[in-house]
Design a protein around this ligand. Structure first.
Ligand code: ADP
Ligand code: MG
Length: 257
């Protein structure tokens, strides 16, 4: 995949499929992903939408190298600089927020002074500078998710994989986090592949939206989101926003039929 590397793709999938073997072997297994061809430019923000069980998490896990593809080629430019954020914040309850955020650097054996500086910076970037000494149980759901994002960003990733990260949060909190995430991705210029059920969330966040069909997931829609690069909260009330969300809703309907 040398040519693609030169063109600046962060991710390139070519003919990627996934079949999970069943109890009786491949014959009664689950065909999770149809052949998927996908190239994602470095520094872009791409949303991946699709019905439950269509293979979104599987695709993310294949990109992360957590799961092998059954067939096809997988290229990921910065394989050692990937961070992953899940719907559950997965914070360790016996560690303070700061100690949770420090964990990826501790596991790498980074020096203490470097860790402390990086943790302070990561917490400040998600506006949690004041609560590093608290325990996760003392935080709201939105704050826990911001701590989870700080833990992902503390390693300075080039590629952020997010699997329905804000799905469990209330709408106002989700909007705030969407806005913060966008600002961070612009400032730090990492690539984001963001899985969501929310067509409005995908429309607000992404410069490009991909819709998968129901299982086995295949791409039924792959288009630039025709909205200004500047995404302010007011955009959610604009006719253009509703129009773009409508495109995704229709693609989802088609992929589900
Ligand atoms: P999504 O994230 O879009 O909801 P997933 O990627 O989690 O969907 O799953 C796609 C399909 O593959 C589902 O039918 C799921 O049950 C199945 N699946 C996922 N992981 C495994 C596994 N480890 N073993 C067997 N089947 C799996
Ligand atoms: Mg999933």
């Amino acid at each position: 995949m040398g040519a693609r590397e030169e063109r600046g793709a962060a991710i390139a999938l070519r003919g990627v499929t996934k079949r999970f073997a069943g109890a009786g072997g491949a014959a009664d297994g689950v065909h999770a992903l149809a052949p998927v061809d996908l190239e994602i430019a470095e520094g872009s923000f791409v949303a991946l939408v699709g019905p439950s069980g269509c293979g979104k998490s599987t695709l993310l896990r294949i990109v992360a190298g957590l799961e092998p593809a059954s067939a096809g080629e997988v290229f990921v430019r910065d394989r050692d600089r990937i961070a992953y954020v899940f719907q559950d914040a997965h914070l360790l309850p016996w560690r303070t927020v700061a100690a949770n955020v420090a964990l990826p650097l501790e596991l790498r054996g980074a020096p203490r002074a470097e860790i402390d500086g990086a943790v302070a910076e990561a917490l400040a970037s998600v506006e949690l500078g004041d609560v590093g000494g608290r325990y996760p149980a003392a935080l709201s759901g939105g704050m826990r998710m911001r701590a989870s994002i700080a833990r992902a960003l503390v390693t300075k990733p080039r590629l952020l994989l997010m699997d329905e990260p804000f799905a469990a949060l209330d709408e106002i909190t989700r909007h705030r986090l969407d806005e913060r995430l966008l600002a961070l991705s612009r400032a730090q210029r990492f690539t984001v592949l963001f899985v969501t059920h929310g067509i409005f969330e995908a429309t607000f966040l992404a410069e490009r939206a991909i819709v998968l069909s129901r299982r086995p997931g295949r791409i039924v829609h792959d288009e630039a989101v025709a909205l200004p690069a500047e995404r302010t909260a007011a955009l959610r009330g604009e006719p253009a926003f509703a129009r773009e969300a409508g495109k995704l809703a229709r693609a989802l309907e088609l992929g589900a039929s």
